[in-house]
Write a protein that binds this ligand. Structure first.
Ligand code: SF4
Length: 183
């Protein structure tokens, strides 16, 4: 199985989730957010193809990481390949964060994306909204995005935030507003 990536694996990141992480930059994104800082990752024919097993072998060689972060691009657009990588990451004792422009609710309605969710610890969901951009928030670009504890959310059948990374302003946002729900 192949995965299309935008860049080589990036170890030792401290800005793409908690702890020290290897980032996997997937290629291809349908969301076209205004102000996206990574437009080069949108093209579904861009980047390069690599065998998933090669990615896993690379991960095995990288030392001193707390986890992996799926980013992009949108990893949910390559959910089967990402699932295989996440499964291997878990076997290596790594936790998994994932950034996606889809909302958690949308992902639940897509069987392949929902299957990938089972291997994700923390999901940062929703499109980047320029008007909600903030430098006062952790691990996300705009305030509409949510940092979600996936295991608890699946168990409790509702979205459960990682509260230490959210603040009182987040609680005042109306997440049912159409501009936050998107595709
Ligand atoms: S989801 Fe991310 S990569 Fe895709 S357009 Fe939005 S900000 Fe850019």
């Amino acid at each position: 199985m192949k995965i299309r990536l935008a860049a080589d694996l990036q170890p030792d990141s401290i800005v793409d989730g908690e702890g020290i992480r290897t980032v996997i930059w997937t290629q291809g994104c349908p969301h076209n957010c205004k102000g996206c800082h990574n437009p080069g990752t949108h093209d579904f024919n861009g980047g390069f193809l690599v065998d998933v097993d090669e990615v896993i072998e690379e991960l095995k060689k990288i030392e001193g990481q707390d986890g992996i972060t799926l980013s992009g691009g949108d990893p949910m657009c390559q959910s089967e390949a990402c699932l295989k990588i996440c499964k291997a990451a878990k076997e290596l004792g790594l936790n998994v964060w994932c950034y996606t422009g889809f909302t958690y609710e949308k992902i639940l309605n897509n069987p392949k994306q929902k299957a990938l969710l089972q291997y994700i610890d923390v999901l940062v969901d929703g499109k980047f909204v320029l008007e909600e951009k903030s430098f006062d928030i952790y691990f996300r670009g705009s305030r509409n995005q949510r940092i979600i504890d996936v295991k608890k959310s699946l168990e409790e059948e509702k979205v459960v935030w990682v509260s230490k990374y959210m603040d009182e302003k987040d609680y005042s946002l109306d997440y049912k507003k159409p501009e936050y729900m998107f595709i």
